[in-house]
Design a protein around this ligand. Structure first.
Ligand code: C5P
Length: 236
């Protein structure tokens, strides 16, 4: 099992291709920030990019949000476990059996399983969308904490949620359950498509273990400065 390191900034590398991410990482010199690779970059650059970044010493959260029948997810996770990534994830909406299957698929012979976490509700879903579009008539925080409890029951290590839901998750799942929180914006910055947002400092105060920050860093005129600001507000 990977070490459950507490309080760290993860950069969402939502670039179109490998050259975008290598150009971005060149700004960091020898520094090795924790990276998140999501669907856009993975579908463009594939396993080769993940393996190359791992060989250069980066830690990687491979954010592919698997959601399918248990057998398919188990087999897909067995493939992902070979990449040596540090965090993988599924949608909790796939159910407990699917999450258990993911856990089984991800287990590595050397025992160094990546952390496995579940997306509870996307941080782009607000109360109105939950009710009117997903037809779920419960407060967002209840849905998040109950999906988190399902994830814990299935043997997962934690969840992706908004920092605003961390305390509800902790109350339901206990303090050692990991919370990885996107939806981070600097005060005064644009929110974009995110709905349930906080600043890095507020995320720290609310008890997030990791924050995932994309556009506030990658679209900044000064990405390195924006990353340092996140670290300063969240980690120190
Ligand atoms: O650019 P921004 O900071 O909004 O990026 C947030 C990242 O976190 C994106 O890569 C997005 O896919 C991811 N994410 C999210 N909400 C979730 C799970 C993942 O925004 N619930």
């Amino acid at each position: 099992m990977q070490e459950k390191k507490k309080r760290e900034v993860i950069i969402a590398c939502d670039f179109q291709d490998a050259s975008g991410v290598y150009g971005f990482l060149a700004l960091f010199g020898n520094e090795r920030p924790f990276l998140k690779i999501g669907m856009e970059l993975f579908y463009a650059a594939g396993p080769d990019l993940v393996r190359d970044l791992k060989s250069r010493g980066y830690r990687i959260f491979l954010d592919l949000k698997l959601h399918d029948i248990p057998n398919t997810v188990k087999k897909a996770m067995a493939v992902l476990s070979g990449y040596g990534t540090d965090i993988c994830n599924v949608h909790a909406a796939g159910g407990i059996d699917m999450m258990k299957a993911a856990r089984e698929g991800l287990s590595r012979p050397d025992g160094r399983d990546p952390l496995l976490i579940a997306v509870t509700q996307l941080t782009s879903i607000d109360q109105r969308r939950l009710k009117d579009e997903l037809l779920i008539d419960r407060p967002v925080s209840d849905v998040v904490s109950e999906y988190a409890f399902n994830a814990k029951s299935a043997g997962l290590d934690g969840v992706v949620c908004s920092p605003l839901e961390v305390s509800a998750v902790r109350e339901r799942c206990g303090g050692s359950f990991v919370t990885v929180t996107p939806g981070i914006r600097f005060s005064g910055g644009p929110e974009g498509d995110q709905q349930r947002v906080t600043t890095p400092r507020a995320a720290k105060e609310l008890g997030s273990d990791y924050i995932v920050v994309g556009r506030p860093i990658t679209s900044s005129d000064d990405p390195l400065g924006a990353y340092r600001r996140c670290v300063e507000e969240f980690e120190n």
